[in-house]
Ligand binder design. Structure first.
Ligand code: GDP
Length: 428
């Protein structure tokens, strides 16, 4: 019985969804602790193929309670759609709840997100998914945000809306967008109240009871450390903290209660959106990373369909992620995608002028570094059927051991395909 945080070690899209789906088979409580419906956690199991945007990956375990935590921002329209899709596929969503403290994404947040992105100068575009995440977190930090629990009490909600709407209308006018109104937003919230009120809870007793009761709790992060608001490639970052520290804050769990921090590490690198990406490759090589392996794992954003930027494995980034999160182990995903590469590169340090760096510098400096690579022979054979470490080709084992060294913690899982059973549990 333990509390495990599952967090992304790179730029996001590492395969956290499938890792959580696998681990959640034995979990009692699964908590999404930050972010919003910009997530696209792809899960392939007996129910089908799903890109979960808000619902925690534990939803496929009928015993697990799934909590959308206080640190998230929630668009209830998207949540209702996602619940309907899951129910249509035969998944019971009766144990899905939302913390009353989670902030709401309202329609104008989405409009402002798109307008703010298009008003940025060339080269400074963040690459958001236009889902309103950043503007909703901005209102949260400014103490004007509307929280899930607020919709339960219209008398308390209306004055909050009356304070918020004039501010937002000034912003909307600045961007040449149509105005919003208090009545329109009150109607929207009334509609949500009718459909979602039964899922809005105070998560404190639920989470505290699970942790004190020694239950298995999973904390599910979205994106990865390189998109962290403080430690990522600001301003090409998300608006929250996808780290283990963020998990404590967003789920309402004390740091000492976390027993394991599992870093999810893709066997190479991908990034969606702007910002530095030292090991990026282009052209035909990038296309090889994008399209190798089964179609379901192709490197196109689960949320936007945008092609992901691809590159060699960056051990500096993963070492940095390991330090910041306090990884106790890693789960390496998508090894099978490398099956047909004759030679592989691993970045083990950065060079900047005549200096060699073994950590990730801040954004401006990161734009100037060049990777120091070690070359590894590929294995040129199909790993997708491997279910044990020993079944992996020796060159794959060598590659993975170097990844492990750079992470500084043991590999616990290796995945070799998108399906739930395509995973190797590495005995410690
Ligand atoms: P997440 O946001 O971290 O959950 O990652 P995404 O779902 O955006 O991206 C991971 C993609 O890789 C999804 O399409 C998964 O189905 C797929 N995937 C996950 N693990 C593997 C794997 O081991 N091999 C292959 N080929 N695809 C995988």
């Amino acid at each position: 019985m333990s509390v495990t945080a599952v967090v992304g070690a790179q730029w996001g899209d590492e395969g956290k969804g499938r890792t959580v789906d696998y681990l959640a088979q034995g979990a009692d409580l699964v908590i999404r602790f930050q972010g919003g419906d910009n997530a696209g956690h792809t899960i392939v199991n007996d129910y089908g193929v799903f890109a979960l945007h808000l619902v925690p990956g534990g939803i496929f375990n009928p015993q697990a309670t799934c909590l959308i935590g206080a640190g998230t921002v929630v668009n209830f329209d998207v949540l209702l759609e996602e619940v309907a899709e899951l129910e249509a596929a035969g998944v019971d969503t009766g144990r899905l709840v939302v913390d009353q403290r989670a902030h709401l994404i309202l329609p104008f947040h989405r409009w402002l997100d798109a307008a703010q992105e298009s008003s940025r100068r060339e080269g400074w575009v963040v690459g958001t998914t236009h889902r309103g995440i950043g503007p909703a977190y901005a209102d949260k930090a400014a103490r004007y945000g509307i929280r899930a629990g607020d919709i339960l009490d219209p008398d308390r909600l209306r004055p909050r809306m009356e304070m918020l709407v004039p501010r937002k209308n000034r912003e909307l006018a600045f961007h040449g967008l149509p105005q919003t109104s208090v009545d329109e937003l009150m109607d929207l919230c009334a509609g949500w109240r009718g459909r979602i009120a039964h899922r809005i809870v105070d998560a404190v007793p639920l989470v505290r009871g699970a942790v004190r009761g020694g239950r298995d709790v999973l904390l599910e992060g979205q994106l990865g450390v390189m998109r962290d608001l403080d430690w990522g490639i600001y301003p090409y970052s998300t608006s929250s903290s996808p780290t283990a520290g963020g998990a404590c804050a967003g789920a309402g769990i004390p740091p000492r209660a976390i027993d394991r921090v599992l870093g999810v590490v893709k066997a190479f690198s991908t990034s969606v959106g702007g910002g530095p990406f030292p090991t990026e490759v282009h052209g035909a090589l990038c296309e090889r990373f994008r399209t190798a392996g089964p179609e379901v794992g192709h490197e196109y954003g689960a949320r936007t369909g945008r092609p992901r930027r691809c590159g060699w494995f960056d051990g500096v980034v993963v070492g940095y992620a390991s330090w910041l999160n306090g990884f106790t182990g890693i789960s390496v995903t998508k090894l099978d995608v490398l099956d047909a590469f004759e030679t592989l590169q691993i970045c083990v340090a950065y060079r900047r002028g005549d200096r060699v760096l073994d950590y990730v510098p801040d954004t401006a400096a990161q734009e100037l570094v060049t990777p120091v690579y070690e070359s590894f022979p590929g294995w040129m054979s199909d790993t997708s059927g491997a279910r044990t470490w020993d079944a992996l080709p020796s060159n794959a084992q060598r590659y993975l051991r170097r990844v492990e060294e750079l992470a500084g913690v043991p590999i616990r899982y290796v995945s070799v395909g998108p399906r739930r059973e395509q995973i190797i549990v590495v005995e410690g």
